[in-house]
Design a protein around this ligand. Sequence first.
Ligand code: PCA
Length: 217
Amino acid sequence: MVAAALPVVLITGFDAFDGDTLNPSWLAAQALHGRRIAGHKLVAAQLPTVFRDSLDVLRALLRAHRPALVLCLGQAGGRAALSLERVAININDARIADNAQAQPVDTPVVPGAPAAYFTRLPVKAMLQALQRAGIAAEVSQTAGTFVCNHVFYGLMHELATRRGLKAVRGGFVHVPWLPGQGTPAMALDDMVRGIAVALRCALTTQADIARGAGALH
Ligand code: PCA
């Protein structure tokens, strides 16, 4: 007897960029590939740190895997905690070139589309779950304006506008540097454990909890 296929969670990480030789977001995604969480099977894929191409790859992955939930990961050097991103904005504004030497300044991710999308993942509940597990975490109000925000916005736009994808929830988590890349840093094991905790929470929580997590200013 063939077991019914489990619903898929698509988890992506980026390749190395800006002169680095590795990207912890991809190492973390890779470590989770094939894992089962809350009745779902995790499928990991790498995105290029390139405007546009990253979204072409992501769209193909959405078509190929028909995931129930999508979590994209990216590296945010300088941040000390897992950043649960709340909002994706419709702007590309690159301070450095991407891996294809493109450096767009103040262009839309999707011309004519809304200024922003909120994640539909329960970021407050995920924050609480991470804090209980002893993993440094925060709700972040900006994923920046480089390729990570580009992918996050493109993901949310696809999910909001493509027939057949409206029930799919999507989100983005930034991870710190690994020890050796710079400080502050987080060990890969903690990142992987944290992403698993956050995903389990997202998969078992529909409505977010009402618990303030925002900065005062
Ligand atoms: N971080 C970059 C792009 C790729 C990555 O891992 C960002 O924060 O935009």
